[in-house]
Design a protein around this ligand. Structure first.
Ligand SMILES: Cc1ncc(COP(=O)(O)O)c(C=O)c1O
Length: 507
């Protein structure tokens, strides 16, 4: 008989931060055998040992406790079916619909990503084209590939000082709508953006309503905006991530179809079914129920209000250190408080990030020219204190920073902002035609067959169907990971066979 591996408590000893560890009540019970060096288990345990304060997703900050394995069940009698919910899962969705004031809310166990892709699919019967912002998440591009819709790209506000996209101005949308009047199936807006910029959805939805064009809002970063969500401001469909700021497990999301939506909720559910497992995880769904219950209750609302206050105080204290600037304060734009994007006067964001990591403080990412800190339901006053202390220490040591140090910023967003995507073919068409990989330097004039959108931030650098211009090549080659690109063997719009590649097969 095989001996069952002993399960031991890896409540670790080698961390210098073990005091902080016990404060976060970390008790990672992991199979000793699996936790050998070089395994995922050991890497996860080690990370939990060294991290003192989490400023990244998930929003629960590992302070939530329930047995993910204990409740890992399947669609048994009494446990309902996510694909056609009629019982307890339907009631959970109804609670969510009540909480966010939607007509119908549909659970995703594949994050906001599947929610957005399903939403794009649901637009296909409205027309052939869709207005897509340049900062769209790559799950929207996946939706273009699956739906056959052709994108018309438009640009949200560009913050030169921060090198990132912000809100969508009503004038921008109005111009984009006027330029592309025929066959529009819908409009997509990202709000809040990854950096936290919130658009005036009321004005944007009015513009869409006047033309009877559905508005989809990617509110993945704004599930906590209860009462001030895009759902309350006229959007037809809103997609939330439930693990970014709220307390559900990573990979949870929800689609809300608004009360006056032009989009049929049953169609959205059918499209989401195409993208999800037929064995949805009850651990994920249980965590959704817990996150919903938390935010429905008075205590949860108080906790959220406290986190918002902590964030405001934190921003204020960061600015009073004099050497840091926080995004949103001076940009004259509405910014979500749970997103703190900051930069230091040394402009060496890499040094700041490394300094914080050495102190056990993990940010979400370097975004544009700043460092993004994400707060969530699990954020505590101690986390903020730990951060503020570290920033004050950085301030004293930053005098010694060499100004000649190479500075790495988020070049993805900058690159994306520097060239317009020339759409030669709809992404779906380009994805299905024979294609092959070639060095980027040889791709001039050819048509891309793949989406390249490194995460974070998940903004597309290359979209299937895009004509690869010299400018695109020059900018894309700055990214060492982009040596090759998949291109179509032939441009189907040209009759002759004088295009690249001599193969008709996908390689
Ligand atoms: C703007 C935006 N939309 C959508 C998503 C996808 O969310 P999820 O991780 O829940 O799939 C992300 C994830 O980072 C995002 O930043």
């Amino acid at each position: 008989m095989t001996q069952l591996p002993t399960v031991i408590k890896l409540e670790t000893s080698f961390s210098s931060h073990s005091a902080k560890l016990s404060e976060r009540n970390i008790s990672a019970t992991i199979d000793e055998h699996l936790a050998q060096p070089g395994t995922l288990s050991s890497a996860l345990v080690r990370h939990r040992q060294i991290e003192r304060a989490s400023f990244h997703t998930p929003g629960h900050k590992n302070r939530q406790h329930f047995g993910a394995f204990e409740f890992d069940l399947t669609e048994l009698p009494g446990l309902d079916q996510l694909s056609h919910p009629e019982g307890i899962l339907k009631s959970l969705e109804s609670r969510a619909a009540h909480l966010w004031s939607s007509q119908e809310s549909i659970i995703s166990v594949n994050g906001a990503s599947a929610g957005l892709t399903a939403s794009m699919l649901s637009l296909a019967s409205f027309g052939q084209t869709v207005l897509v912002p340049r900062n769209a998440h790559r799950s929207v591009i996946q939706g273009l590939v699956l739906s056959g819709l052709k994108p018309y790209w438009y640009e949200p506000e560009w913050h030169e000082d921060w090198q990132l996209f912000g809100q969508v101005m009503p004038e921008t949308l109005s111009t984009a709508l006027a330029k592309n009047p025929v066959g529009l199936a819908g409009v997509v807006v990202v709000s809040p953006t990854y950096a936290g910029s919130i658009s005036d959805i009321k004005s944007l939805s009015k513009l869409c309503r006047e033309r009877e064009i559905p508005l989809i809002v990617d509110e993945a970063h704004g599930a906590h905006l209860i009462g001030s969500s895009a759902l309350n401001n006229g959007a037809d469909l809103v997609v939330h991530s439930l693990h970014k700021t709220l307390s559900a497990l990573t990979q949870t999301g929800i689609i809300h179809v608004s009360k006056n939506s032009m989009i049929d909720a049953n169609l959205v559910r059918a499209n989401l079914r195409l993208l999800q497992s037929t064995s949805p995880s009850y651990s994920l769904m249980l965590s959704i129920e817990q996150a919903v219950a938390e935010i429905e209750g008075v205590d949860g609302r108080k906790k959220l209000a406290q986190v918002v206050n902590l964030s405001k105080e934190c921003t204020h204290k960061i600015e009073s250190l004099n050497e840091f600037t926080v995004f949103g304060k001076h940009e004259n734009s509405d910014c979500d408080p749970l997103h703190i994007l900051l930069k230091h006067q040394s402009e060496n964001i890499d040094a700041l990030n490394t300094f914080l990591i050495e102190k056990g403080i993990y940010a979400e990412t370097i975004l544009g020219d700043g460092l993004l800190l994400l707060l969530g339901m699990g954020t505590t006053a101690e986390d903020i204190e730990t951060l503020l202390q570290a920033l004050a220490e950085f301030k004293s040591s930053a005098k010694n920073l060499s100004t000649n140090l190479p500075v790495s910023v988020d070049t993805i967003t900058r690159t994306a902002s520097q060239f317009a995507i020339e759409t030669a073919l709809p992404p779906r068409e380009a994805s299905l035609l024979p294609s092959h990989s070639i060095p980027l330097s040889e791709a001039e004039g050819l048509i891309a067959a793949e989406c390249i959108a490194p995460c974070p931030p998940g903004i597309a650098l290359c979209v299937p169907g895009q004509k690869i211009t010299p400018t695109a090549i020059q900018l894309l080659s700055e990214h060492s990971s982009l040596q090759y690109v998949r291109v179509l063997n032939r441009d189907p719009r040209q009759k002759s066979t004088n295009q690249v590649g001599d193969s008709n097969t996908n390689r």
